[in-house]
Design a binder for this molecule. Structure first.
Ligand code: GLC
Length: 561
């Protein structure tokens, strides 16, 4: 009897595990949450973990597979959480560990995975590791950060610059040395050449995976290493927003050693099935991006593909090229397309023209959600939230905006509170003024209003996400570019091996376009299209020989006989 029960238990657990696809991330829709700006449940003007938990039903309804939450660990908040002073607990501003555990449980119940942000490159200068390291050249962690002596004149060891402007070297009086910081001076770089540093960080990852997180978004991956010979960077043309000569970053960005660490991180992650490593990987081209997956698919699962989303103009040839590269240059790995995140002006302001913004936003949604990819959505992108750039330097919260005003206005604009409804403060919190102002358009651009409008951007996102899961071609099909000579309409099919296909067609111009397509050369039989989604009021069935798209129109249709 006990044997039978044991077998039954084993069978049940295998069945349960069987439903957990370890490759879930390949087609995932991942939703980025900036916790400070998502929802405030204790009325202090700052979003919190409970605010995320309170809105999980919304996220489930939207159809996301996972949420990536930007850092919520204890932090002096100089860089709003990217300066971590304790990697194993929760900043009281955002809640408690119990709140986090509840968020995990509630998300899991709804089939939503939780991905933590992980900042490896640097800690806060208030982290005990740094305090110890800075205390003396003979301290236990003396070599945990990147310390160097001044040059003979007492100046910094070379001309390296912080990504946030000015010298990357900060003087420390106690050690009589400089330390290196790729970002703010309050974010000293860890020394990844030191084995103890790596091991300490890997243990941090294990700590969170033991708690059940589905993986990590690794911050600032290309910044992990610097040239040990400290060679000066080459000066390149122009000055930065802070008025200093620009440097090339060949000795501080994307050094080959980065791959050793990514490889080790993958091994640590492999100790836990089904986890994913996403990377913040701003890179110059697809060739460098391909390397991030590892030669044997043994580094990052999903390095962010910023090639497509940051073309920053509706240039059809560029989109065709980048989509083709993602398909052909990444060794069959899925790209993780991203148009929006917490560091960049929102896509509507980079691609829109203020007249056709709604169809343009739908065009971007279609480009994000219908290729063979994993897709990243930044909170509010599904509503069409705009960048609310501060108008006065006094209002700026992001230090780079205060330092670089007015050339560099910082990143507050893309971090304003989520627009839930048209109550005071857009339903973000209570009566307390939110940490950043609410977008002026919140009465019309919000979840409550858009949920009720059949043709809203929100409903378009929902429709495409649902199709990605339910339509066999959009879910599993190959990606094949079609009609490549057309310089007004970008089109491609998603095709399964049984010859079934879905066509995606996008009008990149401000005028209506009519065209015909013959897909028989691609092995697709059929003369018609059954409309699955469109950014405009489309007939239910249309003829492949006569497709008309209004200006910036997007169309997704199943090829039928
Ligand atoms: C990444 C984060 C950004 C942060 C920086 C330093 O680029 O996305 O928000 O300021 O790293 O940690």
């Amino acid at each position: 009897m006990t044997k039978v029960l044991l077998c039954l238990a084993l069978l049940l657990s295998t069945l349960a595990k069987g439903t957990e696809d370890p490759d879930w991330w390949r087609k995932a829709v991942i939703y980025e949450i900036y916790p400070r700006s998502f929802a405030d449940t204790n009325d202090d003007g700052i979003g919190d973990l409970n605010g995320i938990t309170a809105h999980l039903d919304y996220l489930k309804d939207l159809g996301v597979d996972a949420i990536w939450i930007t850092p919520f660990y204890p932090s002096p908040q100089v860089d709003f959480g990217y300066d971590i002073s304790d990697y194993r607990s929760i900043d009281p501003q955002y809640g408690t560990m119990e709140d986090f555990d509840r968020l995990m449980r509630e998300a899991t119940k709804r089939g939503i995975r939780v991905i933590n942000d992980m900042v490896l490159n640097h800690t806060s200068d208030q982290h005990p590791w740094f305090k110890d390291s800075a205390s003396s050249r003979r301290s236990k962690r003396a070599d945990w950060y990147v310390w160097h002596d001044p040059d003979s004149k007492g100046h910094p060891p070379n001309n390296w610059q912080s990504i946030f402007g000015h010298s990357a070297w900060q003087w420390n009086e106690r050690r009589k040395q400089f330390y290196y910081h790729a970002f703010y001076k309050e974010q000293p770089d860890l020394n990844f050449r030191n084995r103890a540093v790596r091991d300490a960080m890997y243990d941090v990852l294990r700590f969170w995976m033991d708690k059940g997180v589905a993986g990590f978004r690794l911050d600032a991956v290309p910044s992990l290493f610097e040239d040990p010979m400290l060679r000066d960077e080459r000066y390149v043309e122009g000055v930065d927003a802070y008025g200093e000569r620009k440097v090339s970053r060949q000795y501080t960005d994307n050094l080959p050693e980065v791959h050793d660490v990514l490889h080790e991180l993958r091994q640590v992650t492999n100790e836990y099935p089904g986890r994913v490593l996403i990377g913040e990987t701003y890179l110059p081209n697809a060739f460098e991006l391909a390397k991030m997956y590892g030669k044997n698919r043994d580094e990052l699962h999903l390095p962010m593909d910023t090639q497509l989303g940051f073309i920053n103009r509706l240039a059809i040839a560029d989109f065709r090229e980048k989509l083709t590269e993602a398909e052909t240059q990444l060794n069959g790995n899925p790209p993780l397309f991203v148009f929006d995140n917490h560091d960049n002006e929102r896509s509507v302001d980079r691609y829109g023209d203020r007249v056709n913004d709604q169809p343009i936003q739908k065009l971007i949604a279609t480009l994000l959600l219908t290729p063979r990819d994993a897709a990243l959505i930044y909170y509010g992108e599904e509503l069409g939230m705009r960048t609310n750039t501060p108008r006065r330097v006094e209002d700026v919260r992001d230090p780079i905006g205060r330092m670089g005003w007015p050339q560099e206005k910082g990143r507050d604009g893309e971090r304003t509170p989520m627009q839930w409804n048209n109550d005071a403060n857009a339903g973000f919190g209570g009566t307390r003024q939110p940490w950043l102002p609410i977008g002026e358009d919140y009465k019309t651009v919000n979840v409550a209003v858009e949920s009720k409008q059949a043709d809203s951007l929100l409903n378009y996102y929902k429709r495409l996400i649902k199709l990605r899961k339910e339509n066999a071609q959009l879910r599993d099909g190959d990606f094949v570019m079609t009609d490549e000579k057309n310089n007004a309409v970008l089109s491609y099919i998603r095709q399964t091996h049984d010859g079934q296909a879905v066509l995606v067609a996008l009008n990149f111009t401000g005028t209506s376009q009519t065209f015909s397509l013959d897909l028989t050369t691609r092995g697709v039989k059929g003369k018609h299209l059954k409309t699955l989604a469109a950014s405009f009021a489309s007939a239910e069935q249309i003829d492949l020989a006569h497709i008309t798209l209004p200006q910036y129109g997007s169309y997704v249709g199943q090829v039928t006989p």
